[in-house]
Ligand binder design. Sequence first.
Ligand code: NIG
Ligand code: FE
Length: 418
Amino acid sequence: MSILIQNIKSLIGIENKPKLLLKGKEMSKLNCIENAWLFIDKGKIAAFGNMQDTSALDKIKTDDKIKIIKAKGKLVFPSFCDSHTHLVYAGSREIEYIDKIKGLSYEEIAKRGGGILNSAARLHKASEDELVESAMERLNEIISFGTGAVEIKSGYGLTTEDELKMLRVIKKLKAISPLTIKATFLGAHAVPAVYKGKQKEYVELIINEMLPLVASEDLADYIDVFCDKGFFTEDETEILLMAGMKYGLRAKIHANELDYSNGIQVGVKYNALSVDHLEYTGDREIACLLDSETMPTLLPGAAFFLGMPYAPVRKMIAAGLPVAMASDFNPGSSPSGNMQFILSMGCIKYRMLPEEAINATTINSAYAMGVSEELGSIAVGKTANVFITKAIPNYEFMPYSYGSNKVEAVILNGKLIK
Ligand code: NIG
Ligand code: FE
């Protein structure tokens, strides 16, 4: 079936010559067409233009199998790409949230057996079916907020068996959800309790036992390491990334969330697709990211929820870097996958312009999960993942009106699904 969306107040994020990412000043440019139409055919964006361009429109309308949607007063956006989540998990962690309110830090909670280890204990008890069911609910929720592609990490298993269980769940989600999904193997998320004091042995377990199995079942697209104070060192990260590369897994790593961990440097050295968090980013880190193919990815939800410092985004963009934003949806440090909220956070906390924030959550976050050739903008030939807003005045209203859902209808792979 094909879909023609007509009378669109503004069609956002169009590209005539698609780019894989936008850097520095380019990020403040958002191409739009006012009073537009968008034609979707065979799951792809087939054409778009201005309503006054009647000749092109008339040709399309001769086909009577077209579903016509009138979008008067409404905007059409490319769907958000959420390039960093941990949304397969068992059970929430609101009790730790109370500890946080009382003043305990993320690291203190982790040291007491809370944090990631708490989620690992719960995940161990959950069946694959239960995990699929709860993750599907989260996926359906983020679809309703406008997300069209999502990366999901393992990392709450921390044993060979449970890491494989998580990755098989993600594989199942790929098959049953209309979202575009990428899977990342994050065995090096935390050191499990039984390996306390034997971190080197756990790293060896990941390399010698987990990775070969993950690769033989083709369960992951990327590899991740939590390279930070109290978690994995720069040297361990290096060994893990090299091991992942042997299996063709490119890196997307957690870096510089809790301290200057050299995670950014090691990520760039191994040509990571993205380095994520980046609260601790100084001049050396910025210099290292320039001239790399690594996407600096910001997770403002985690900084907000944990009450941590915010990454120096204005400085990064001024230096000419691209930046992406993602939700980090997880039960410990960012229990929300709402990318509209992330847009608002980008503007409010990082002082990004709405155009920059929209580019950071669409084309640049598509790059950060390796899908910007197919997704992240309105361009002919790209997969038709778009959303239609409610009647709103302009695109600036999206980040401004934080907290409410402005998405009215969702089209994924060319099908109207909400
Ligand atoms: O990205 N920083 C490490 N990992 C997650 C948190 C996971 C958790 O607390 O469960 C993050 O914030
Ligand atoms: Fe994370």
